[in-house]
Design a protein around this ligand. Structure first.
Ligand code: DC
Length: 210
């Protein structure tokens, strides 16, 4: 049985994670939010007070960080403690942005991300799912929204300036920057409801995958 892979990329606040989870549940596929790997690495870095690539990779290879993805969503464990609720802290997001620019860390996290591609299918969302992690995806979607729309969606959660500086860091880094794959379908979600975006993606999936 083959595995259908749907890659959904875009900047923070574009609606990616909410939309991707709904698409995965509508199709009965596993949902992987790949940012959980970088946010998990950030929590590992904060817990063990190190930003050194070698030390982080060693902690990772010792199995201290575990990412679990299912149709319900993605959960993160550090030293067997469920730290999923800490993933959205601003401190975690900032450290994740720094760590995600390290090429060796990105390289080490490739296979673990790919391991979730199992039948019947996977919806993976992030920044480089269509370009680097799953370049052979059956469907590639790139979601965007205006800065104002994105800041409004994350109100009380992330300030506009923080969103803007994280966007800049994510799109200008040398290793796998946020970029639209040449064969991706672009959807601007600024004036769309979550349900409209979900339906549009499901239509693309139906037309491409039958
Ligand atoms: O999607 P998110 O906000 O949870 O991502 C957290 C950080 O990790 C963000 O700075 C971008 C980075 N990231 C990445 O570099 N590559 C991915 N595939 C997913 C996230």
């Amino acid at each position: 049985m083959s595995c259908v892979i749907i890659a959904i990329d875009g900047p923070a606040g574009s609606g990616k994670s909410t939309v991707s989870l709904k698409v995965a549940q509508a199709l009965g596929y596993t949902f992987l939010t790949t940012g959980a790997f970088y946010r998990g690495m950030a929590l590992l870095s904060l817990k063990y007070s190190t930003e050194q690539t070698g030390e982080l990779l060693k902690l990772y290879s010792q199995g201290k960080l575990r990412v679990v993805a299912s149709i319900q969503g993605t959960e993160v464990f550090i030293d067997d403690e469920n730290v999923t609720s800490q993933l959205s802290d601003e401190k975690t997001a900032k450290r994740a942005s720094t760590i995600s620019a390290l090429p060796e860390i990105r390289q080490a996290l490739l296979e673990p991300q790919r391991s979730f591609a199992k039948p019947p299918g996977l919806v993976a969302e992030g920044r480089d799912c269509g370009t680097v992690v799953f370049p052979e995806s059956d469907v590639k979607i790139f979601l965007t929204a205006s800065l104002d729309a994105r800041a409004l969606r994350r109100e009380g959660f992330e300030a506009k300036e923080s969103l803007q500086s994280r966007d800049h860091a994510d799109s200008t880094r040398a290793a796998a920057p946020l970029a639209m794959a040449s064969d991706a379908i672009h959807i601007d979600t600024s004036n769309m409801t979550i349900e409209q975006v979900v339906q549009e993606i499901l239509e693309v999936v139906r037309s491409k995958c039958g």
